[in-house]
Write a protein that binds this ligand. Sequence first.
Ligand code: ZN
Length: 323
Amino acid sequence: MGYYLILDIGGTKTTTVLFDEKGDPVTGFNVAASRTYEGEDAVFENTVTEAYKTIKEAGISVADIAAIGVAAPGPLDYRTGLIIDVPMMGWKNFPLGQRLRDEFHVPVYVENDGNLGALAESNVGVAKGKEVVLYQTISTGCGGGIAYNGKILHGHSGFSGEFGHVSINFAGPKCGCGGNGCFELYASGTALNKRMIRDIENGIRSQAFDAIGYDPQRVSGKILTDAAEKGDSYAIGMLRQEGMYIGAGLSNLINIFDPDVIVLAGGIAKAHKWFFEDMMCEIQRRACFEYSKDRILISELNDKVVAYGAYVMAKKAISGEEF
Ligand SMILES: [Zn+2]
C-alpha cells in the first residue's frame, strides 16, 4: 500500500497532507506559514519540516510513500520540477523537484496550482467526467487552468491557462506581466480591496466600512458580503460590479474554448450568490453563442482543490498515465 505525500506551497501558506491509495486523506490538511521572503532555502526547509510532521502524524515511514505531488507557484517546468522564477520565494531556477527527490528518495511531481485545480475538478470535483474544463480562481490573484478529457492541457512549455493575464481593457492599467488591463487587475480580491480603499479615502459611507472603523488596512471581501446580507447598497453594488468584471473575463474564455464547464474557486468565488446574475448578464452580452448558467460551477473542494489536484497528478504518474 503506497501513500501520496502532498505539498501545496503557496505565497503565504503551505499545506501538507497524506492521501492513501484510494484518494482519501489520512491526515489533516496541515497548514503552516511558508516563510516567504526569507530566502530560497527557508521556504524549502520549511516545506521539508512540515512534510516530516505530517508523515509522523500518519504513523508511517518515508518508505511507505509511493510518490510526492507538489503544487508550487509558476512559472515552472513540470517535466523536471524546476521552478523558473518566483521572486516572493526567492526562487530563481530552483530545482524544487530534484531537491525533494534527494531528500525523500521517491518520485516527485511538480505542477502549478492553476493546472492542478483544473486536474482536480475534472477528475474528482464538480466537473468530473466533463471533456473541456476550465478552472478559474478569483482570490488574491486570478489563476487558471485547462483540463481536456481529465488531463491538463499544458501547452508547449507548460505555461497555458494564464487567464488572469487575458486583457479586458486595451488601455487599462499596467500589469506586472507587461500587459495592460489584465483580468486580474479588475476581478481579483486585491483589485476589489483597492477599490474599497479608494472609496474610504473618498468619504463613501457603508456598513461594510462601519464594521472596520474606516481603516483601509482592514478591507476584505468578507466585509462586503456581511454588509450585503444587511442590505447595504454600496456593498451590493460592489459585488454586482465584481460580477460584471468576472463575466467580461469569462466571456473571453467561453469564446475561445466553448468549455463544457467553467469551475470558479477562491475566496471571492464564495460570494457567488451576490455576483452570479450580473456575471451571467455580461457573459450573455459578450459571448458569441448561448452559454447557459448551469455551465458555470462553484468548486466544492474549495481550499483543498489544489491538494486534491496534486494527489491526482502523483497517482496518475505512478500508474503510468499522462496527467
Ligand atoms: Zn497581466
